[in-house]
Ligand binder design. Structure first.
Ligand SMILES: N[C@@H](CCC(=O)N[C@@H](CS)C(=O)NCC(=O)O)C(=O)O
Length: 246
């Protein structure tokens, strides 16, 4: 008898969204522990030896990293497959996933955080589900946490401009690449669609279709408006509409 899977997550994060989506898509019963950036380090180090989220614990086994989690879920719960069976399609899907994990995900985060990061955004997005006390403490310590984030993620104007360009190219790709059925690889929903839609999620408002909550600040509204009308945004919304909420 397996114990229930536990997900350790940041509720607003796009890499974490990949893991949540995989769990939801395969209808895997699980518990979620939501952490706040900063205080998360202690919990994650104890659990995995490193600080990154997401991680799951499945019957005592700890799996870290969004794609490793999706691969683990595929092995454990083969129903509603996410990975194509045809080797060439599988390889193509994995190559999209690897390059988006390495480049697009970090770029979207950097570009967005450079534009929207301030105490109100951090509290609204990072402290979802936390107590009023935790939120108050987070707001009070934000100058320190924010400065560490800025340094660790190298949030400079120059890096943000390059990251915006990577984000724009990612939107171009999902506007042009999908086949007649609307999918990136083959004719059904795969890990490639899940990954690309999740990693562009921070650019769009997707709560209506099961995306996470995001702080409603003026800077975030301006950031979301930047991408709203891009043809690639229609693809992301459509993938969410078809496959996220269910
Ligand atoms: N390649 C990793 C990236 C995960 C990642 O960048 N996680 C971020 C949140 S979006 C994180 O936990 N950052 C805090 C830290 O590294 O301490 C994955 O696919 O899971």
């Amino acid at each position: 008898m397996h114990s229930k899977i536990e997900l350790f997550q940041f509720p607003g994060s796009h890499f974490n969204e990949k893991a949540r989506w995989g769990l939801d898509w395969k209808r895997v019963p699980h518990d979620r522990t939501s952490l706040m950036p900063g205080p998360h380090m202690r919990t994650m180090r104890k659990l995995t030896g490193a600080t990154e989220t997401p991680a799951i614990v499945d019957d005592g086994e700890v799996i870290t990293g969004s794609t490793a989690i999706l691969e683990h879920l595929e092995r454990r719960f083969p129903e509603s497959p996410l990975f194509p069976e045809v080797p060439a399609e599988r390889e193509r899907a994995l190559s999209i996933v690897r390059s988006w994990d390495a480049e697009v995900g970090p770029a979207v985060r950097l570009a967005k955080f450079f534009e929207v990061m301030e105490a109100a955004y951090a509290v609204g997005t990072f402290c979802q589900g936390q107590s009023a006390l935790a939120k108050g403490l987070y707001r009070a310590t934000f100058p320190v946490v924010g400065a560490i984030m800025k340094r660790q993620m190298a949030l400079t104007a120059e890096n943000a401009a390059a990251a915006r360009e990577t984000t724009r190219q990612a939107f171009e790709l999902v506007a042009k690449e999908p086949g007649a059925q609307g999918y990136l690889v083959g004719d059904r929903f795969t890990v490639a669609d899940l990954t690309c839609a999740s990693l562009l999620m921070p650019c769009l408002s997707l709560t209506e279709w099961g995306g996470p909550e995001d702080a409603d600040t003026e800077k975030n509204r301006a950031w979301l408006a930047r991408w709203h009308d891009h043809p690639g945004a229609d693809w992301v919304r459509e993938i969410y509409r078809r496959h996220r909420k269910a």
